[in-house]
Write a protein that binds this ligand. Structure first.
Ligand code: ATP
Ligand code: MG
Length: 189
C-alpha cells in the first residue's frame, strides 16, 4: 500500500473519542505500574486525574504515587486502607476502610472533575468480598461519559471483565520475591 492509500484509508476511519473502562489483572507484576503510566500521561496533558489506593495501609510507606500528587496539582491520591493482613481481628477494619475508599471513589467518579480515575487494588477488595460486586457494576454502568476508569488487582471478577473495554492480564514468569527478594524502592513503591 502506498503512503497515499494509507492516508486515504486513515481519513475514512471514523475519529472516535472513546472513554474506557480498563482492567489490569493477573498474577504478574505491572498492574498498578501500567495504570500509573496512563495517569502520568493524563496529568502531563494537563487534565485532572485521581487515584484511590484500596487496602494499602495509609501510613505504611511513602508511596511514590503520594509523592507525585504533591508535585502535580492536577493529581489527587487517596490511600484508604488498613493494610493487607490475614488477621481475622483486622477484617472488620479492612471492610470498614474498603467501604470508605469506595464512598470516596464514587464521589470522585461523579464529580466530573477528572479525566481519569484509577481504583487501585479494587479487584482484590471485590475478590475478598469486602465490596459488593453489583454495586460496583452499577457505578460502571452509570460512569460519566468523559472519564477513563481503571480497575486493578488480581482475580478480577468476570462481570467486571465483561463490562470493561480494555482488559490486560499480567502473567508472572519470574519474580524476585520467589527468591526472597522483597519490594524495591522505585520499582515496587
Ligand atoms: P506493581 O505495583 O509493581 O505494578 P502489581 O500492581 O502488578 O505490581 P500487586 O498485586 O498490586 O501487583 O502487588 C504489589 C506488590 O507485589 C509489588 O511490590 C509487586 O512487585 C509485588 N508482586 C507483583 N507480582 C508478584 C508476584 N508474582 N510475586 C510476588 N510479588 C509480586
Ligand atoms: Mg498493584
Amino acid at each position: 500500500m502506498s503512503s497515499i492509500d494509507k492516508k486515504t484509508k486513515y481519513k475514512k476511519a471514523p475519529s472516535l473519542k472513546k472513554f474506557l473502562i480498563i482492567v489490569h489483572t493477573g498474577d504478574g507484576k505491572g498492574k498498578t505500574t501500567a495504570a500509573m503510566g496512563m495517569i502520568i500521561r493524563t496529568i502531563t496533558h494537563g487534565w485532572n486525574a485521581a487515584v484511590v489506593q484500596f487496602l494499602k495501609k495509609e501510613t505504611a510507606y511513602k508511596y511514590a504515587e503520594q509523592k507525585l500528587a504533591k508535585k502535580f496539582e492536577n493529581l489527587d491520591v487517596y490511600t484508604i486502607g488498613a493494610g493487607f493482613t490475614w488477621d481475622i481481628k483486622n477484617k472488620e477494619t479492612q471492610i470498614k476502610k474498603t467501604l470508605e475508599a469506595w464512598e470516596k471513589s464514587k464521589k470522585l467518579i461523579f464529580s466530573k472533575k477528572y479525566r481519569m480515575i484509577l481504583l487501585d487494588e479494587i479487584n482484590y477488595a471485590l475478590d475478598f468480598g469486602f465490596l459488593d460486586e453489583k454495586e460496583v457494576l452499577e457505578v460502571l454502568e452509570k460512569k460519566p461519559e468523559k472519564l477513563h476508569l481503571i480497575l486493578t488487582g488480581r482475580n478480577a471478577k468476570k462481570s467486571i471483565i465483561k463490562k470493561a473495554d480494555l482488559v490486560t492480564e499480567m502473567k508472572n514468569i519470574k519474580h524476585p520475591f520467589e527468591k526472597g527478594i522483597l519490594a524495591q524502592k522505585g520499582v515496587d513503591w
